[in-house]
Design a binder for this molecule. Structure first.
Ligand code: OAD
Length: 258
């Protein structure tokens, strides 16, 4: 039965979701840019999103970097600085808290912004890399955080190779180990939350669908239905920083009254 037709208000946690919360042993949270929107990080495809203002082909491909490394580097420096200037929001904190509440918990993100880690999530499976990490195209040396070149221009490694942001660009493969772990978690979990993603970029967008097909209860949290909303068990319409903390509070209430 497809129960996704009627999106629910944040304050209405369905009996099916309550049951799933009470019985789930392995919970997966799968996040996208929307979880960081309330922190002030722009999303990609919502109104005013990054891909409305910038052409991804000129900024987020290997060809773009080969053509104009300074332009690509300066765009990522700008994004890195924006992200460093914001704080995790209640959605990130509630996701970090959820990790403590289930026997098994897996957090998978498409975000590169480090905000889950800053909110206290201990293990984050990053499918699209991390903007705080850079690597040399020639020798593969990694640079973390402030080790990364601070300038707006592309820098060279001591070996002479160009240093690039360690994020996944269009046309590139996802990190195999992280993807494999995410797919295994999706197909073996009991409950999956897909939060703040338009679910249009594959293979990441397939995870909630895989989970549902493997028998998990799948809940989407988004102010508007994503492209896979018809594939999930239930949609909750709203902002993640409002909805997910309500869900976690309800779970704790259910546990104390059980
Ligand atoms: P998008 O920008 O495509 O989608 C963001 C989603 O978040 C939309 O569905 C919004 O409705 C939703 N949203 C906005 N505010 C929200 C809030 N407060 N709470 C919950 N949801 C909210 O971002 P992603 O789906 O993450 O890839 O994009 C996937 C990938 O496309 C990104 O990782 C990036 C991009 O190209 C690469 O750079 C490889």
């Amino acid at each position: 039965m497809n129960m996704s037709a009627a999106p629910r208000d944040a304050s209405m946690i369905s009996p099916s979701l309550e049951h799933a919360l009470e019985t789930a042993r392995h919970v997966v949270v799968f996040t996208g840019a929307g979880v960081s929107a309330e922190s002030g990080v722009p999303t990609f495809r919502s109104a005013g999103g990054l891909w409305e203002k910038y052409d991804p082909h000129q900024l987020a491909t290997h060809e773009a970097f080969s053509h104009d490394p300074d332009l690509v580097w300066s765009w990522y420096s700008w994004r890195r600085n924006t992200i460093r200037g914001v704080e995790p929001n209640p959605g990130h904190y509630a996701i970090a808290e959820a990790e403590q509440l289930f026997p098994q918990f897996t957090l998978v993100t498409q975000n590169v912004d480090n905000l889950h880690q800053r909110a206290g999530s201990s293990r984050v499976h990053e499918l699209h890399g991390n903007i705080e990490r850079s690597r040399c195209l020639a020798c593969g040396t990694y640079f973390m955080g402030d080790e990364a070149p601070p300038t707006d221009k592309a820098q060279s490694c001591s070996c002479g190779g160009f240093i690039r942001p360690d994020v996944v660009w269009f046309g590139e493969s996802l990190p195999m180990e992280e993807l494999q772990h995410a797919q295994n978690a999706a197909t073996s979990c009991d409950l999956l939350f897909t939060i703040g993603t338009a679910a249009t970029v594959y293979p990441a967008a397939m995870l909630p669908v895989m989970a549902r097909r493997a028998g998990a209860y799948v809940v989407e949290i988004n102010p508007e239905p994503s492209s896979i909303a018809h594939e999930v068990s239930e949609c909750i319409t709203g902002a993640s920083g409002v909805v997910f903390p309500v869900i976690i509070e309800r779970l704790k209430q259910l546990r104390t009254t059980a």
